[in-house]
Design a protein around this ligand. Sequence first.
Ligand code: HEM
Length: 222
Amino acid sequence: MVTRTRKLGRTAIPRLLGVATHVGALIPLASILWDYWFYQLGADPIRDVTLRTGKSALILLGLSLACTPLNILFGWKQLIPLRKVLGLYAFLYASLHALTFVWLDYGLDPGLIREAIFQKPYAIAGLATFLLLLPLAVTSNRWSRRRLGKRWNQLHKLAYVAAVLAGLHFLWLVKGAYSRPLVYGALLSVLLLIRVPPIREKIVYWRRQLTKRMLGRSTSDV
Ligand code: HEM
């Protein structure tokens, strides 16, 4: 009975987490479509869509990068498969964001787009982020992972570079209201620090010691 319950927990929890991730990640898109359909986008609808897709891309990228550090901190292995899903949703929103900019805002005019991007440092940082996310999304499948071997892990570490560039993009465009990009930068720095090998090993060691102590206490209570 106990093993059956454990087995159910082992399959049901990842499945529930997977469903919750898909639903949660699609909510911003559904809300944009809803507001478009019912004429509830802001006074400047294109800017509204640009800001909402950009924000969603940034949050999902951050959440994707948070899975490994959360596993290191709390031993939540179930989060590991969600990195890919969250990363792909981040790329989906980044693509919609970039598409809104080049299509809805600049009417796919190459001259205007080039001018707009190269005149604004924040747009260059946004473009660089998008160009870094592109190979990560394309190689996120099992076939590429097998083919690239060790290089796959090295390539996917670029997700952190993309997150830093996305932070710069955000910082550059807020014009004085630095609190949100600074909170993002602080969280990203913590996530990066947790992954540094000596820090990571120390955390895992402390977590194991704590679990052992707690288990010892609960068996002595019985
Ligand atoms: C071709 C690439 C990109 C271009 C041209 C671009 C351009 C823009 C523009 C024009 C804005 C609105 C600025 C304003 O009106 O105040 C914006 C906002 C934003 N973008 Fe991008 N972007 C790009 C890529 C990205 C990527 C890849 C991410 C994240 C992963 C991102 C995250 C954001 C965020 C977080 C905001 C601000 C949202 C807010 O203030 O709530 N952008 N971007």
